[in-house]
Write a protein that binds this ligand. Structure first.
Ligand code: IMP
Length: 500
């Protein structure tokens, strides 16, 4: 006869946090939301940390390069969807890595004998108005001048005018020498009121530009997540079938972290995928695995070398796995049980393997609950799908704006690799749906994060670790769930969907 767990499993909505003592310094402005992404030894820093404990789901309807850039600006990470060709996914990774950096390799370059028409064509095609002029027209060529939109007047100049006659020549430009730090480069930009600063090596060859707009962006997004070259951090989903092709392409394109995206991760397939990565790259390539819902699954993946372990089977908003197959576990119970296993593993081995609560978060406060229950960070699909930056269409349904949101287990996504379907999906485990349109990611996150910080203060915690140590959770009865919303009053108007 099957083993039957004594306790039933529970969802986030069945729990609340009970406030603890808050000292006077316990104010939202003092809360730090940094979270580890990758495994690390006791007393050591993880190789990769989040500035806010949120990552976006490995889904076609959630995580493309636009979302990845927007989320990295806010301090989180997107995992670019894997249900696309290796080439397309790698190209998405490189678009994120190239998008912004303190030092940007010059992407638009011309020779001095090229013409105004060619400058206009570059502007039209790539949107770049700053063009480097190098002797051979390459990004690393001998630097001879610069063209910006201020150097020509289309209405007064012939299209054949050579670049050499209207560029600002090297001799008249302010440039920096290779080795300049970003903060020195920014000082030069400000001091000389420049928009772009060319950085040159000892042989006057162009190595990169530093742009003033990137400095402004850094001030606007103080939590943005960078790699060591000041490029945005980005993740990418992989599967247990084509990893030998996909992983090298993603690594080559610059992905900072990978994640095996599978509906069920306690499998030999995951071990083989992790073996391949560890065998080829050692610990240099960071990779999460999952999903699991119990201590055995966690330990298996931790011992196989996963950098983090993803938790959740069946809780997601678009998920019908539980109905279709009868597998899964209440997400709160899964997170609590796996967090206990993570802590035991840490005590035993001295290695801390972060866990990610994946799916089923339908209210902002449930992020704080998941963190209090022991998750290091949360993966969200629905939340991000509602925003401007998600890849899907915004449509008007019955007078309200909606965004499309579909699961990877739908016929639409055709992601059989996630479901081990052997070339096709025998049945669906997800639905194709709408979610209420919510506006910009920045506006939504501002509200969500302030709620998290505020709740943490109620619990007397200034960091996620402190929250986990201090938080006290209580299960709630069905009638107290009803009591939790507005009740016994007539609402004047329905509240919006921003950040719920
Ligand atoms: P949400 O935040 O509750 O919408 O859940 C997002 C999570 O749902 C993803 O990170 C996946 O783990 C999971 N997921 C994605 N597509 C499907 C599907 O078609 N069926 C079941 N789960 C899915």
């Amino acid at each position: 006869m099957a083993f039957v767990f004594e306790q039933s499993s529970h969802t986030f909505s069945e729990y609340l946090l009970v406030p603890g003592y808050s000292s006077a310094d316990c104010v939202p402005a003092n809360v730090r939301l940094q979270a580890p992404v990758t495994k690390h030894k006791a007393g050591e820093e993880p190789a990769l940390k989040l500035n806010v404990p949120l990552v976006s789901a490995v889904m076609q309807s959630v995580s493309n390069d636009t979302m990845a850039i927007a989320l990295a600006k806010e301090g989180g990470i997107s995992f670019l969807y894997g249900s696309q060709s290796v080439e397309n996914q790698a190209a998405m990774v490189s678009r994120v890595k190239r998008h912004k950096a303190g030092f940007v390799p010059s992407e638009s370059n011309v020779r001095p004998d090229q013409t105004l028409a060619e400058i206009l064509a570059i502007k039209d095609k790539k949107g770049h108005s700053t063009v480097a002029v190098t002797e051979d027209g390459t990004s690393k060529g001998l630097f001879v001048g610069l063209v910006t939109g201020r150097d020509y007047r289309v209405t007064r100049m012939a299209l054949e005018t050579p670049v050499s006659s209207f560029m600002v020549p090297f001799e008249k430009l302010v440039c920096a020498a290779e080795g300049v730090t970003l903060s020195e480069a920014n000082d030069i930009l400000w001091e000389h009121k420049l928009n772009a600063l060319p950085v040159l090596d000892g042989n006057r060859r162009l190595t990169s530009f530093v742009f003033r707009k990137d400095y402004d962006s850094h001030k606007e997004y103080p939590l943005q997540l960078h790699d060591e070259f000041k490029r945005y951090v980005v993740g990418a989903g992989i599967n247990t079938h084509d990893y030998a092709l996909r992983v090298p392409a993603l690594v080559e394109a610059g992905a900072d972290v990978l994640c095996i995206d599978s509906s069920e991760g306690f499998t030999e397939w995951q071990k083989k995928t992790l073996d391949f990565i560890r065998g080829t790259y050692g610990d240099a390539v960071k990779v999460g695995a999952g999903n699991v819902v119990d201590p055995d699954g966690f330990r298996f993946l931790a011992e196989c070398g996963a950098d983090f372990v993803k938790v959740g089977i069946g809780p997601a908003t678009i998920c019908i796995t539980r109905e279709a197959k009868g597998i899964g576990r209440g997400q709160a119970t899964s997170v609590i049980e796996v967090a206990k296993a993570r802590n035991e593993y840490f005590k035993e081995t001295g290695v801390y393997v972060p866990i990610c609560a994946d799916g089923g978060i339908s209210q902002d406060y449930q992020i704080t609950l998941a963190l209090a229950m022991g998750a290091d960070f949360c993966m969200l699909g629905r939340y991000f799908a509602r925003c401007d930056e998600s890849p899907t269409n915004r449509v008007m349904i019955n007078g309200s704006y909606m965004k499309e949101y579909w699961g990877e287990g739908t016929e639409r996504a055709k992601n059989w690799q996630r479901y081990e379907g052997g070339g096709n999906l025998a049945f669906e485990e997800g639905v194709d749906a709408y979610v209420p349109y919510a506006g910009s990611l920045h506006d939504n996150l501002a509200i969500t994060l302030s709620k998290i910080r505020s709740t943490m203060c109620n619990c007397g915690a200034l960091t996620i670790r402190e929250l986990q140590d201090k938080a006290r959770l209580t299960r709630v009865s069905p009638s107290s769930i009803i009591e939790g919303g507005a009740h016994d009053v007539y609402l004047k108007e329905q509240t919006g969907f921003l950040s719920r």
